[in-house]
Every structure is written in structure tokens, then in C-alpha cells.
Ligand binder design. Structure first.
Ligand code: MG
Length: 366
């Protein structure tokens, strides 16, 4: 059923389910779900996915309830990526799986947490959220008696692996993987400014001096006559999303045609096909530099970052000093993974709230 449906709908250069290389542990096919639909369902039913609801994207939950969490960011990435995928006639089931999984490996407190764990695990090969995502889906999620992890399709693991080892691959990943990467950038380039405005870390006028926002504001004013400041802000945010997605589509379709891409093998041999055009790309980079300096390094953000890092550092030291404080499921993993890595896995799986609670408990009992 799925095979015929995909053959009728998808482009010949999409990754069709019929071409999957299967799973590490062989499983019989499902009566009505295709392999990537099952993968998607395995992600949405996983504990790591639910915990994204209480993990920091950029701003911790203590700052308010308007801004994005790791989960709502993930859902925005998914919606942008699926729109791109449908317009390009790609495999939306695979796209959805990759999008919903892409940030599963983030520790509590976002990149601040990642930096600390990377320091703590320096001698064990370091820590990266992209690699941690693979550990989660291949080992740490325990949901089936037959195998460790979620036993996802090999194409999903390979797609995530390209995020973990950027630049290492000699061939390009399928378009479904490229679309999710591009959608991630569309989402954060739009929502981080929105969140920072709402939190009062930025003024609208500062953003309106950035060329990307200037152009989007010009478009918004052309479309609507008189706009209040709040209406202008919202109209610019819509404009930014539309512009980025439209630009990606236009340039991707052009590159596909120019490179003579007809089959999946052509995608692998071509340069990256899903990327913004030459006009938009530098504007996005300039916005990202601005956000880095003015938002990600805002004194209020840096202060929360320092607190979070201190908490994780202390917990790591306390658990390595007293492994008996580890929950049983993690204690069992020490023999195989080593103490430090296991402590890292335990800490990385925590939500922001749980990490704060555990910090009080663990550090009191040492
Ligand atoms: Mg992301």
C-alpha cells in the first residue's frame, strides 16, 4: 500500500520506503505502516521526546511561558520541513522522523549544558547533542524486549549521523536530511528574535536596523497599509518565515534542475541542494551574528547559563565520586559504558526542572 502510494506521489529522487536497507535487528513488516511511519511513531512515543517539553531551547522555563522550548522548536522545524518536503515531493514520513528526532540529544539548559558535559567528558571523547541523539535511539531508550534502543531504519540513523559528523561525509545526504537541516535554521532564525523581543532582551528598533528585518519590514508595509508596532513585528515574523521557505524552495528546485538530478544517486553526487539563495544567505548570517552578540550573550542569558553550568558541573563531580547515587538503570550501564559516560548519559537525559531538583538532592547527600 505504502509502496504504491509513494511511487505515485514522490519524486524519483526522493528516498522511497521500498529502498530502505532495513533495521539493525530485522523485524517483520507492519501490516499498514511503512518503515518511516513506524520510526516516527517510535520517536513520538519515546521518553526522550516527551522530555523535550521541559528542555531549554535558548531561554529557560524560569523566564516565562511564551518562548520556545526544545519541543516547540522541534515542532516548528517539523512543520517547515514537511512543507518543503511536500512541495519538493520528498518522503514526508522520513522528514518527520528526522525532524522530531533532530534535537533529542540535547541536555538540560541547551548549549550551556552541552558545553559543560563536553568539558566533563573531555577524556572520554567529549559530548555533542547530535551524537547523543544517536546514543539515545540506539542504546538508551529501552522500550522493546527484542533489542536495545528504538531499532530505527538505517536511513534515519545515517541521516542523524551526518549531523553528528559534519564535513566527514564524502557524499551528500538524501534531500529529506538536507530539508530538515535547512528547516532548523529557518525556525531558529525566526523564533529566537521573536522570543528575545517578548522577553525584553531586544528592542524592535534594533532588529529593524538589521538588513534582513529591514527588507521583511518593507515587504510587510507594502502588503498592509498602517501597522501598529506589534502588528509590524508579527507581520515581519510571518514575512521572514515565508521568505525563507519560498527562497529555499525556489533555489532548491533550480539546483535540482541545474545539476540534472533524477535519482537518489544523483543527489548523493551533487553539491548541497537545499540551501538559501545568494541574496538571502548573507542576510541570515548577519542576523545570526547579531543574535549571537545581543541575545545569546545577553547578561541575563549569561547569568542563567553560568548557574546552569555550575549545577551540572557539581552534579557530574558528585555522581562520579558516589556512583551509588545513580538510578539502577544507569548503574547497570557503568560496566559497559564506563562511569563518566554513564553519568553524562544520566545528566543529558534530565529536563531542566529535574536537573535543578536533583542538584539539590545529590549535592546535599555528598
Ligand atoms: Mg534544532
Amino acid at each position: 500500500m505504502i509502496v504504491a502510494r509513494e511511487a505515485a506521489i514522490l519524486a524519483p529522487f526522493a528516498l522511497h520506503s521500498v529502498h530502505t536497507a532495513g533495521r539493525r535487528y530485522a523485524e517483520p513488516p507492519h501490516p499498514y505502516r511503512g518503515p518511516f511511519q513506524r520510526d516516527r511513531d517510535r520517536i513520538t512515543h519515546s521518553g526522550a521526546y516527551r522530555r523535550l517539553a521541559d528542555k531549554t531551547q535558548v531561554f529557560t522555563g524560569e523566564l516565562g511561558d511564551y518562548h520556545r522550548s526544545r519541543l516547540t522548536h522541534t515542532l516548528e522545524v517539523n512543520s517547515v520541513a514537511r512543507n518543503l518536503g511536500r512541495a519538493l515531493r520528498l518522503n514526508e514520513d522520513l522528514i518527520e522522523t528526522l525532524a522530531l528526532a533532530h534535537d533529542l540529544g540535547h541536555p538540560p539548559f541547551g548549549h550551556s549544558g552541552e558545553t559543560v558535559l563536553d568539558e566533563c567528558l573531555h577524556d572520554q571523547g567529549g559530548f555533542s547533542h547530535n551524537r547523543q541523539c544517536l546514543r539515545i535511539v540506539e542504546q538508551l531508550e529501552q522500550r522493546y524486549p527484542d533489542f536495545p534502543g528504538l531499532n530505527l531504519s538505517l536511513e534515519v540513523l545515517a541521516g542523524q549521523a551526518t549531523r553528528a559528523d559534519r564535513g566527514a561525509a564524502t557524499e551528500r545526504p538524501p534531500l529529506e536530511v538536507q530539508v530538515v537541516d535547512a528547516a532548523d535554521s529557518v525556525a531558529y532564525d525566526t523564533h529566537d528574535a521573536d522570543d528575545a523581543l517578548k522577553l525584553g532582551l531586544l528592542e524592535l528598533d534594533e532588529l529593524l536596523e538589521i538588513p534582513l528585518w529591514q527588507s521583511a519590514a518593507r515587504q510587510a508595509r507594502r502588503r498592509y497599509q498602517a501597522l501598529s508596532r506589534n502588528e509590524l513585528k508579527r507581520a515581519v515574523l510571518h514575512e521572514l518565515l515565508n521568505w525563507q521557505v519560498g527562497d529555499l524552495l525556489e533555489h532548491t528546485q533550480r539546483r535540482i534542475a541545474a545539476a540534472g538530478v533524477h535519482r537518489l544517486d544523483d543527489v548523493r553526487a551533487a553539491p548541497v541542494l537545499v540551501a538559501p539563495g545568494d541574496e538571502l544567505a548573507p542576510l541570515k548570517s548577519e542576523l545570526e551574528r547579531f543574535l549571537y552578540l545581543r541575545v545569546y550573550r545577553h547578561p541575563q542569558v549569561l547569568e542563567m547559563r553560568a548557574q546552569a553550568q555550575q549545577m551540572l558541573r557539581e552534579m557530574f563531580a558528585a555522581l562520579v565520586a558516589r556512583p551509588s547515587l545513580l538510578p539502577a538503570v544507569f548503574a547497570e550501564r557503568v560496566a559497559e559504558s564506563g562511569l563518566e559516560r554513564t553519568v553524562g548519559d544520566y545528566l543529558a537525559g534530565m529536563t531542566d526542572r529535574y536537573a535543578a531538583q536533583q542538584h539539590t538532592q545529590i549535592c546535599r547527600s555528598v
